[in-house]
Design a protein around this ligand. Structure first.
Ligand SMILES: Nc1ncnc2c1ncn2[C@@H]1O[C@H](COP(=O)(O)OP(=O)(O)OP(=O)(O)O)[C@@H](O)[C@H]1O
Ligand SMILES: [Mg+2]
Length: 506
């Protein structure tokens, strides 16, 4: 009978417990390679992470854990070389499990020497796929946050500018109607008036774009059915692309409805189509697509409709693509582009609770995809039967800006109404106590405790039958009105005012 010495027994015990430790660690693959990379030991962690039992893997070359591309590039041998030459190899990268799936691995390789000779390598691998995914998600969210903060700041600025500009346009276009009534034979006067009129319309279109970028434009969100909208603007789209460019459609049969402002929606689509045309000076194809998709990213998840506009054009250089959504960024010659098209698209998509993405390849083409959440609410009921209001009666105009008020009074009087004007909501309530009116026409954004919407709600309570028409150049409040009250968008023309009044319930 052989009796181990104490020393021998201690050594045996410590080796045994060490082996138990290594074999039992489940969160790390801990194993040995011989100097050529053949696997000579294996633990439970290796089996758990990579899926191989010891019998399957012992004697195999460790390069089987690498992706095919990495193997083809000689990465496994290089890793051993670095470990040998530099005393350690460390890396994070894709590795392959037995079942062929990939995982993101943190890898360490240490060379093992005995009496100065390399006898093999110790290898430690951890599966950090989850940690990496969390990290990536976090980074994506931080990037999107930074981007949205930048756009918010720009939006505030453009929104402010556009709002003031709109009031100016309102005054100019309104005064034109007065001027037009001057001497009709003076042709120079008429030409000047027409020129001002055209300029006003362009200015109004411009502020419209700015306001949607500022996300303050969604005056009238409603359920939109893609097919209907396309039909409605098919002509405009065809005219927009011209004859050298083919227009194709790839629209899923049952595209879900979305909720947005119709005219904003059409403008966004047109902006994308015109950009696509401009990117194809030698002709090509623009494809408008619409598909239902389920999204699963931190900021947008659930049921969405993807509206894609693809071209076969020049593509967008990588140093340009980061700037294209910024207002006034354009690569087009002066007079050809203002750089507001994509700002409008961006503002529109975000205001409708979605987003817009771009994919582009130089020389191949570009695809812009607007993602909008599916509209789930039941369709709003039709507005009650309306009888046209004849151009007579008294209107209470609530408008704080005296110049705008002057113009509005002019237009209302041209339409045959008698106008009483007050500057704020409180004054309006006082005025109504003393004198009856046929309807109230109020600006939404006003100084004082109560704005136009507050006034409208109050009037609903105390004079439920009094018709109310609201007007706004822009307003975040307007988005909250959601069809409760009719809203006229500033700057408005006399026929728009007349139409809005005629639709008031009486
Ligand atoms: N489909 C596309 N292919 C290639 N480049 C594009 C495409 N769409 C947009 N771009 C680039 O993005 C820039 C900004 O587009 P955006 O629509 O905002 O402004 P614009 O077309 O230059 O002017 P505007 O639309 O105001 O008339 C363009 O000048 C162009 O460089
Ligand atoms: Mg454009």
């Amino acid at each position: 009978m052989i009796r181990k010495s104490n020393q021998q027994r201690d050594l045996f015990e410590s080796e045994r417990s060490f082996r138990l430790l290594v074999e039992g660690v489940a969160d790390y693959a801990l194993y040995m390679l011989d100097p050529n990379g053949i696997i000579t030991s294996w633990n439970i962690g290796g089996e758990r992470i990579k899926g191989y039992s010891p019998q399957e893997i012992l004697g195999q070359h460790f390069s089987r854990f690498y992706t095919e591309t990495d193997r083809a590039n000689g990465k496994p041998a290089r890793a051993l070389g670095i470990a040998r030459d530099q005393g350690r190899y460390e890396e994070e990268g894709w590795r392959v499990r037995k079942d062929g799936t990939f995982f993101w691995a943190s890898v360490v390789i240490d060379p093992i020497y005995e009496d100065g000779t390399l006898v093999g390598y110790a290898k430690i691998t951890r599966d950090i796929t989850e940690r990496r995914n969390t990290q990536l998600k976090l980074e994506a969210m931080q990037r999107q946050l930074a981007e949205s903060q930048k756009f918010d700041a720009l939006g505030q600025l453009t929104g402010g500018v556009a709002h003031d500009f709109n009031n100016l346009l309102m005054i100019i276009s309104g005064s034109l109607h007065v001027l037009k009534k001057g001497d009709p034979d003076d042709s120079r006067l008429q030409r000047a008036i027409s020129a001002i009129e055209t300029a006003t319309k362009r200015g109004a279109a411009l502020t419209g774009q700015l306001l949607s970028f500022a996300r303050r434009q969604s005056v009238n969100p409603q359920a939109i059915h893609f097919g209907d909208r396309i039909e409605a603007i098919r002509e405009v789209l065809h005219a927009g692309v011209g004859s050298a460019v083919r227009l194709a459609f790839d629209i899923e049969r049952e595209v879900w409805p979305v909720r947005a402002d119709v005219s904003e929606f059409e403008t966004a689509l047109l902006n994308l189509v015109i950009n696509a045309r401009d990117a194809m000076p030698d002709g090509g194809t623009v494809t408008i697509g619409a598909h239902n998709i389920i999204l699963d990213d931190p900021l947008h998840s659930g049921e969405y409709v993807a509206i894609a506009v693809s071209d076969t054009g020049l593509g967008i250089p990588s140093d340009v693509v980061d700037k294209i959504f910024e207002p006034f960024f354009t690569t087009k010659p002066v007079g050809k582009g203002t750089g507001l098209g994509l700002s409008q698209v961006h503002g529109f998509a975000h205001q409708a609770g979605g987003t817009v993405k771009v994919a582009s390849e130089l020389g191949k083409g570009t695809t812009f995809t607007i993602l909008l959440p599916r509209e789930t609410a039941a369709a709003p009921s039709e507005t009650s039967v309306t009888t046209p209001l004849r151009g007579s009666g008294t209107v209470l105009l609530v408008e704080d800006n005296p110049d705008v008020a002057l113009v509005s009074i002019g237009l209302l009087e041209q339409l045959g109404y008698h106008v009483r004007r007050v500057a704020d909501a409180e004054a309006a309530l006082r005025e109504l106590e003393n004198n009856g009116v046929d309807f109230v026409f109020s600006d939404i954004v006003m100084p004082g405790k109560m704005d136009g919407l507050g006034l409208a709600h109050r009037l609903r309570q105390i004079h439920p039958d009094l018709p109310i028409l609201l007007a706004t150049g822009y307003s975040e409040v307007a988005a909250g009105v959601r069809g409760e009250f009719p809203i006229l968008r500033k700057p408005y023309e006399i026929h728009e005012l007349s139409e809005a009044i005629s639709k008031l319930p009486r």
